[in-house]
Design a protein. Structure first.
Length: 486
């Protein structure tokens, strides 16, 4: 049987270029698909980090006359250590820039982001059309977020034979909105400027173009797929998503269970597994020492690794500082974001030394140690398309306390008598995005932590489930087959 040929198109790929979950997904899912016998190749800009990682990438095509003001480019080819074929889009004027792929040194969007990711989308469409310059022909193009979402629109308006298309929405809040003048500069025809095209309230929307014209839409969790069809959480696109509801589904992300494995993780003080959890105590002591917390095994330690933003619900915590300190409990925070929140967590640590600690920034080793050393993990997000840290926490025997939204609702089962009896409980969930509801959930978690038999059951329930990409990859593979056969 011939292998399915899938072109993955992304603006990020971990470990080289990553700003969030998108990079993680595109760094691991393609390899999981290849292990199922699918011929996946990944198209990504030839950023400096990738040029450094693959300096000998072979030139395989010259790309010119792509329309509008899109510059010519070179397509290069390389392979990762795991054997994943990369198609590297080499255009130094657009992609040879340091730091964040989307922002300049002052944290502002690059002024030419429309051309940068328009080029990426246009080349993806080229590789899915009968004008493809390569001998390898994709049957389906899998796009990710706004940066690649114009590919289905290009295929629609260019005409001719084309691959099927799928777009995955990792975060609907980012839509790629640009001025109307970009239509011509991107080489899109005038008829694309319609309500059923790329026009969105007077702007050109990359994401709307993908949602309108892709053959199928997925989101990164089943609950998020339902939430984005509501006016409250649809970010202005709920009507379109409801209209396309029969071509919309949610597939919960997985995690890299080789990288995130407490039995082998080199970042931990002591490795451990579901069958022997004694190592968690040693990691808790190591975390307390590293964060300057009192070494007290009798006090529950709450962990946070996050962007410090309102979206993550972390503004709910500073008003609770006195109540959490009085429980008593410790808090270890790692992250950066809004300056007011950064300062609020610093102030909490100063006011409650030995109980609260905050590290502003990111440290990969400390992130692993928090997952292993904390007793429970806090994720009070106002919205969370999927979330990965709750799955890391479950894998590490660190029951999460989450707001029940998006992927958090699909992965964390609230600890109540019925779920304890069915051996499905693995954490604590609350509904209302309020400080009162969060504090109530924390209190419930701490009460359970003081009941060793219940706590061990929660830990085992979380650790024994397969959080890897194997099951999601099978779901994507089945979707690819259905679309390719249609």
């Amino acid at each position: 049987m011939n292998k399915l040929k899938i072109l993955f198109v992304t603006s990020e790929i971990a470990p080289w270029v990553k700003t969030g979950g998108l990079g993680d997904v595109c760094g691991v899912l393609p390899q999981a698909l290849r292990e199922l016998g699918i011929d996946v190749r990944l198209l990504v800009p030839y950023y400096p980090a990738l040029a450094q990682a693959f300096p000998a990438a072979k030139r395989i095509a010259e790309l010119g006359d792509l329309g509008g003001k899109l510059p010519p480019a070179i397509l290069r080819q390389a392979k990762t250590a795991s054997g994943l074929p990369l198609l590297l889009l080499d255009c130094p004027t657009l992609f040879d820039r340091p730091g964040n792929p989307y922002l300049d040194a002052d944290g502002r969007d690059w002024q030419d982001n429309a051309l940068r990711y328009g080029l990426l989308s246009r080349v993806a469409a080229l590789l899915g059309s009968d004008a493809n310059p390569l001998p390898w022909q994709a049957q389906l193009i899998h796009c990710h977020d706004w940066q690649t979402a114009l590919a289905p629109a290009y295929l629609k308006y260019l005409g001719g034979a084309r691959a099927r298309t799928l777009i995955t929405v990792h975060n609907l809040a980012f839509q790629g909105l640009f001025g109307a003048a970009m239509l011509a500069e991107l080489g899109l025809p005038p008829q694309a400027w319609q309500i059923d095209g790329v026009e969105y309230h007077g702007y050109l929307s990359f994401l709307k173009g993908g949602l309108q014209h892709a053959d199928w839409i997925t989101s990164v969790s089943p609950t998020y797929a339902r939430e984005i069809q509501t006016d409250a959480e649809g970010m202005g696109l709920a009507g379109l998503l409801r209209w396309r509801s029969e071509q919309l589904s949610g597939i919960l992300n997985g995690i890299d269970d080789d990288l995130w494995n407490p039995a082998t993780d080199p970042q931990l003080k002591v490795n451990y597994a579901a069958g022997n959890l004694r190592g968690k105590a040693a990691n808790k002591r190591a975390l307390q020492q590293r964060m300057g917390l009192a070494e007290d095994s009798r006090m529950p330690l709450l962990g946070i690794i996050s962007r410090l933003t309102e979206q993550k619900g972390l503004d709910l915590l500073p008003p609770l500082a006195a109540e959490i300190a009085a429980l008593p409990a410790q808090l270890a925070v790692l992250g950066s974001g809004d300056r007011e929140l950064e300062q609020a967590f610093r102030a909490m640590a100063q006011k409650h030394p030995g109980q609260f600690a905050a590290r502003i920034g990111f440290d990969e080793g400390l992130a692993h140690l928090i997952e292993a050393g904390a007793d429970m993990f806090l994720m009070p997000s106002r919205f969370e398309p999927c979330g990965l840290n709750q799955m890391y926490s479950l894998r590490y025997g660190t029951p999460p306390v989450v707001r029940s939204t998006g992927g958090l609702a699909d992965s964390v089962v609230d600890c109540i008598p019925a779920t304890l009896a069915s051996a499905t409980a693995n954490g604590f969930a609350f509904k209302a995005p309020t400080a009162t509801a969060l504090l109530s959930a924390i209190r419930r978690a701490i009460l359970a932590w003081h009941e060793p038999a219940i706590w061990r059951q929660l830990q085992h329930n979380g650790m024994q489930r397969d959080w890897s990409w194997r099951a999601p990859a099978r779901q994507y593979a089945e979707l690819y087959r259905r679309l390719a056969a249609a």
